[in-house]
Design a protein around this ligand. Sequence first.
Ligand code: HEM
Length: 400
Amino acid sequence: MTYSLPTDVPVLDIDPFGEDFQRGPDLFYERLRDAGPVVFLERYRVWAMARFAEVHAALRDHESFSSAAGVGLTNFWKEEPWRPPSLLLEADPPEHTRVRRITTRAMSPRAIEGLRPEFERQAEDLVTTVVARAEFDGVTELAQAYPLRVFPDAVGVGPHGRENLLLYGDMVFNGFGPRNQLFEEAMAPGAPVRDWIAEQCRRASLAPGGLGAGMYAAVDRGEITEDEAGLLVRSLLSAGIDTTVHAIAWTLHMLATQPGQWAALRDDPTLARPAFEETLRYASPVQLFLRATTREVRVADTVIPAGEKVVCFLAAANRDPREYDDPDRFDIRRRTVSHLAFGSGIHACVGAAIARLEAEILLTALARHVRTLELAGPPRPRRNNVLKALARLPLRVRAA
Ligand code: HEM
């Protein structure tokens, strides 16, 4: 097939789903930002934005930048998605508005704050266990262990088979990329994992009083169907684990490699939330999401035609020197809340309050129980098509 490349925009041969990029995205992000407000990525024939202003504006303009064609590379308007689309993430108004309202109601600030006592108890238990061990893997023993305990409990998922949540998260986030090796490997566990997830999303599987049961309460009020409630629970299970796991893992990484920052948190545990927020800005666990243009859209001097996929590099926007002073400096006193790590606009993360609660409680417990926190060996990154992920984070702690 022959095709012509756009002429009024920088055309880059950068592969955001390739090994080089995933090993060290920062220099690529700089190139993408410096190339211009909009660029064209030749390899996948998609448009891309990496500066804060343009990414922010696109996320807030859902009428021009649709999510209904999927927020990964696959264009649902032309190709079959690997699973039925999400009613939230992969939908536009008015359909999105209806179910978003129900989700927001089920996850009200009161419902989330009600989780605090149990989240605190679990954090205390886990932190005292790892502190007693002195050396441990920050990824599996804290960053995974904690969300895998508290989040499925909050949704109302039973205790057995929770390792499937990690396998499913791998499918979801690698599934946003092209059909590369990461995609194929993540999908390999296949039907048993998808069936387990589908089973957990059924009304009968969910504990009463949990966030999942809250979705079914909307069925009883006549607002959605039973199938829709199941898909909303699926959204929580898809988006609620891996994101938080890697956000916590990167917070531990940053604190273990910057002793001054750790000391600041230890001496003032009220810095737990700002430390998490700064990590989200600095290390943005969700590196990118895509949109599709619903019409011709002008961005700066470029006109993007209708029906085109556009990569929004959240991680690059969060390090844009046009927006942040000294953006590559990690500083938990920065007190940034304007970052795009949770998105922005109508699709902004509906689970942000839970993720923040988990992180705040876990980091506060660490600050109380740990005197020194340092690496006990080299961290190992984990490749993923969309997430900035860690496979291992050997940590050594001394008790307070
Ligand atoms: C630190 C952890 C998290 C990060 C970095 C994160 C990131 C994001 C981002 C960037 C979006 C916007 C997607 C878009 O604009 O297309 C989003 C949406 C979403 N997140 Fe999160 N998330 C996190 C935790 C959670 C948790 C704990 C849950 C579940 C309770 C959750 C559920 C969702 C859902 C359902 C959406 C779709 C909302 C919609 O389209 O209206 N996320 N998240």
